[in-house]
Structure formats: structure tokens, C-alpha cells
Design a protein around this ligand. Structure first.
Ligand SMILES: [Zn+2]
Length: 291
């Protein structure tokens, strides 16, 4: 029962632990060479975060200023192999580390840009900022062009991490990695790590998250909780649904239960869309857990 102990520890921390304070100057460490980075990801089994960035545009500047310095994103980024491409030139000294992006020279991020554009962009138009999450094999899992909120980038990175792993030990490692993440990232991690396997600790956590203040966390929790049910034990879920005070939660739970029974639910995408799809329609979490 090692896994459930780890799980209980994660849950306790989720309720009690404030975010640890990181070094304010810490930021994502970008790999200087794209080919070497793809080889590293494959050999170490790490997913990749691939970012496109451009100068003199507010959303790109925000990504550099906020996203790539966010303590949770930085912490998650240490578990991924990270690449950033930019055609900009930010210093007169070609040997100097890029003052805008850090950890590589401007010549290097221009070379990286060429390679990731070749791999991920059709045509000549690069939408930036843009974030692509890839499996360790380099295969794209999902991407978001243009502005992406800090929490959504965290979710995407956490999901990529979990999807890159398999087996109980990997689950435990992923849960440990998510220990200090925000509640929404942790909820995603729990579901991704445990999938829809019935598990008493997960069911308990999901019941608690089903009352979370964030509607997207509630939606995810209820959706996963419905999938936790043993078909022979539907009354348990029915009791939960009846005990839900909010009509929104009852509606979500009822729809989730029907989806898991294989029924067609009109408006399902809208109900769960806040979590599973970005409003722009171009963020998809793929795989057996996410639809
Ligand atoms: Zn630069």
C-alpha cells in the first residue's frame, strides 16, 4: 500500500502546505541545441516543452516575464526538456547569455527556432507565443498558440509529465513532483496518474475536489469520480449526486455518469469545455484519460 500512503501524504500537503518560495531569479533553463534536446528527452524519457517567442509583443513579453519565472512552472520545467526559439537579437556581444531568455545565447535560440519551426510549423507563419508539449519521443501531445494563462501552462506541463510515465513507480514519482503544485494542477495530476481505476483514496480525494472553488477543478473531479464507479455499485455515486447541493454539480455528475456508461450527452463539450478545451478550441489533452 505504498502508493496509497504517498497519495495520503500528497493530499495532506495539498491542504496544508503553502507554496515554497523559490529563488526569484530562477527561470526555465532552455536547452541550447534542439537536436541534442530531442535526443536527451528520448534517452531520459522526459517530455518536452517547446516554446516560440517573439519580440515587441505583449503576450510574448508576458510569457518571458511571468510564465517562465513562475515558481511552479520553473519547478515543473526541471522535469521536462525545454526548448525556446526566437529570431530576435538581444545583445551586442554574441558570446553573452541572452538577457531576454537566459541560459543560452541569441545565436543559439535563433538556431533552435529554425529547427523547431521545421518540426512543428507548416508554412512560414509562426504564431507566437506558442507552446507545444511533446512526448519523450518528440511526438506532439498538444499545443496552444497565442496567449496561455499561467495555470493552463502548468496544467499542460503536468499532464505531459504524467502521460510520459507509466506504472505505479512512475505514478508515485509524478505525484511527488506535483506535491507543491497548485490545486488545479494537482487534481489533473491525480486523475492522470490514477486514470479511471477504482481506488478508494482517489475517490475520496475526488469527492473533496468536487466541491473545489474552481469550476474546472469541480468538472474534472466529478468527471473522474463518475469513472471511478464500479458498475455494480452505482447507488454510491447516485448518493453522491443527490447529496450535491449545487444544481451545476448535479448536472455535471449526471452527465459524467452517462458519458461513462457510453451514452450520448448533448452539450457535453460545453459542460466540460472549461477544463478540457481552451476557449479558442486549440488546446486538447489527448490520451486515454482525456477526451
Ligand atoms: Zn536573445
Amino acid at each position: 500500500m505504498k502508493t496509497s500512503h504517498a497519495f495520503a501524504a500528497v493530499l495532506a500537503l495539498s491542504l496544508l502546505a503553502p507554496l515554497s518560495r523559490g529563488d526569484a531569479d530562477e527561470r526555465i533553463r532552455w536547452e541550447p541545441d534542439a537536436a541534442a534536446a530531442f535526443a536527451l528527452a528520448a534517452s531520459e524519457g522526459k517530455p518536452l516543452l517547446v516554446a516560440f517567442n517573439m519580440d515587441d509583443e505583449v503576450a510574448n513579453d508576458e510569457a518571458v516575464r511571468l510564465h517562465y519565472r513562475d515558481p511552479e512552472i520553473v519547478r515543473l520545467s526541471r522535469k521536462l526538456v525545454c526548448l525556446i526559439g526566437s529570431i530576435g537579437d538581444h545583445t551586442d556581444d554574441p558570446g553573452e547569455t541572452c538577457p531576454r531568455l537566459g541560459s543560452l545565447t541569441c545565436a543559439q535560440h535563433r538556431e533552435v527556432e529554425k529547427e523547431i519551426r521545421r518540426r512543428f510549423i507548416e508554412g512560414n507563419l509562426v504564431e507566437a507565443p506558442q507552446h507545444v508539449l511533446c512526448a519523450p519521443s518528440g511526438e506532439e501531445m498538444f499545443r496552444k498558440a497565442f496567449q496561455m494563462s499561467v495555470p493552463d501552462l502548468k496544467r499542460a506541463m503536468a499532464a505531459a509529465l504524467i502521460r510520459a510515465k507509466d506504472g505505479p513507480e512512475a505514478r508515485q514519482a509524478c505525484l511527488s513532483a506535483l506535491r507543491n503544485a497548485s490545486e488545479s494542477v494537482r487534481a489533473l495530476g491525480l486523475v492522470a496518474a490514477y486514470g479511471l481505476e477504482p481506488h478508494p483514496d482517489l475517490a475520496k480525494a475526488l469527492r473533496s475536489l468536487a466541491r473545489h472553488r474552481s469550476s474546472s477543478v469541480r468538472a474534472l473531479a466529478v468527471w473522474a469520480l463518475a469513472g471511478q464507479q464500479d458498475p455494480e455499485d452505482e447507488p454510491d455515486f447516485d448518493r453522491f449526486v443527490r447529496s450535491a447541493r449545487s444544481p451545476e454539480l448535479r448536472e455535471l455528475a449526471t452527465a459524467a455518469a452517462r458519458i461513462h456508461r457510453g451514452e450520448d450527452v448533448p452539450g457535453y463539450a460545453n459542460l466540460f469545455g472549461a477544463f478540457f478545451w481552451d476557449r479558442g478550441g486549440d488546446v486538447h489533452l489527448r490520451g486515454s484519460v482525456f477526451y
